[in-house]
Design a protein around this ligand. Structure first.
Ligand code: URA
Length: 428
């Protein structure tokens, strides 16, 4: 595989010419090996952002990223597999109740997750709030846990799509994260290499999401669904609202606590709705249509799986969760209806309180975050607690409060409130 050079590939995409399969295979491999330099890949990523890629190019680019590393194989398991990927949102703790729920319904969930960067939280950061819980498993441990318990949430090893790891870090510092072909191939290369049989994508739309507008979110979802199908993975996408944060909490320990409420049969209605909707899609994708996840959630069987899943990774499901040392309450400015709670403002506040990180090597605070005491549509009374800010470092309150300015509206006098649907559309 040679006869190519970086300048030829960059110039082709600069001139809006579709790259050949051979050019794509070469450039992805050569970049992973360090033969194509970072500055050359930066130029190519920018040319892709500006000029796009067609479906064949994206599919081939994804395959080349998968081929850069190992591919997991769950075909020896006694049950089918299904996974979910969310493009990231505020208060998005859905994976926590969802993985044990789907496992309790008879489908194994191999969930390789990441840590949060920026205003959206990471599933591993949340689970690491549980005393003793361990994110790193060997491939053998993962397979054994999938067989015995049916659900595993752990860190993706370095062997999975190393080309993506390198390229994502480069995109992050070159203003090229937003290219839909690069986002779609990045997400799908990891999910296809992970070896899941079925995949459900939760593509978030709104202020707290990566994709702020519906048309771009739809394009991303359609691109990813096509990539999954090309690779033989049963893939569907739900477009879901992220203008408002999910549930009542954004942080690490507080999101674990809210997830446990859902597993206990309670919890916020929106978190339950989305968990059940995604579970239905995962089960259908895996060929299981005779089990109702809502019933299984109510039965407590998902909670049993959760406890086993946490224990298997050395966590103590009964241990008290860490609590922030300091809190600050924001009260409702007027009596009326809460008509807006902006996901981005809340996510930024949680991040500034210490729930998230600015650089990937930074630590996170387990107890930090934001709890809101009302959701859009609820009536509030002037002076009642509206939000509680939590952190171990009180000097963080000012910047968190600044990010919440203008982040919510209370309409006095019974203004009409129009609820927005949580699940906006389904693509599959
Ligand atoms: N998440 C990913 O894994 N890759 C992207 O490019 C964007 C979000």
């Amino acid at each position: 595989m040679s006869g190519h050079d970086a300048i030829e590939v960059i110039s082709a995409k600069r001139d809006a010419i579709a790259l050949t399969d051979s050019q794509i295979d070469w450039v992805v491999d050569a970049y992973t090996r360090g033969v194509v330099a970072d500055e050359q890949m930066s130029a190519l990523a920018m040319a892709i952002l500006l000029n796009g890629m067609d479906r064949r190019e994206i599919s081939r680019w994804t395959a080349a990223m998968i081929a850069s590393g190992e591919r997991m194989d769950f075909s020896t398991l006694s049950r089918p597999t299904a996974d979910k990927h969310s493009t990231g949102g505020v208060g998005d703790k859905i994976t926590l109740p969802l993985a044990p729920l789907v496992a309790a319904c008879g489908v194994a969930v191999p969930q390789l997750s990441g840590r949060g960067l920026g205003h959206t939280g990471g599933t591993l950061d949340k689970l690491e709030a549980i005393p003793g819980w361990r994110a790193t498993l060997s491939n053998e441990e993962m397979l054994a846990q999938l067989e015995s318990i049916g659900a595993v949430i752990c860190a993706a090893g370095d062997g999975l799509a190393p080309a993506d790891k390198k390229l994502y870090a480069l995109r992050d510092v070159t203003g090229t994260v937003e290219a839909i072909p690069l986002i779609a191939s990045s997400i799908m290369s990891k999910k296809i290499a992970e070896g899941t049989g079925a995949l459900v994508l939760d593509v978030k739309v709104g202020s707290g999401a990566f994709m702020k507008d519906l048309e771009r979110a739809r394009e991303l979802a359609e691109t990813m669904v096509a990539l999954g199908k090309d690779a033989g993975v049963h893939t569907v996408a739900l477009l879901t609202d992220m203008a408002t944060p999910l549930g009542y909490t954004a942080g690490n320990a507080i999101e674990v606590a809210e997830s446990v409420e859902v597993l206990a049969g309670g919890g916020p209605a929106d978190v339950v709705e989305l968990t059940v909707a995604l579970a239905r899609e995962m089960l259908a994708g895996a060929g299981v249509t005779d089990v109702d996840p809502a019933e299984v959630l109510a039965s407590g069987r998902a909670m049993d799986v959760w406890r086993e899943m946490i224990r298997a990774q050395d966590g103590d499901p009964d241990a008290p969760l860490p609590v922030a040392k300091e809190s600050h309450v924001v009260t409702a400015p007027a009596t009326g209806v809460l008509t807006r709670l902006d996901a981005m403002s809340v996510g930024l506040a949680a991040w500034r309180l210490g729930a998230g990180r600015a650089r990937k090597e930074d630590p996170v605070q387990a107890g930090a975050g934001v709890v809101w005491h009302a959701r859009p549509g609820d009536e509030v009374t002037e002076g009642q607690p509206l939000l509680t800010l939590l952190t171990d470092e009180p000097e963080r309150f000012d910047r968190a409060l600044a990010s919440l300015e203008g982040g919510y509206d209370v309409a006095a006098g019974g203004a009409a409130y129009e609820p927005a649907p949580l699940v906006i559309d389904r693509i599959g």
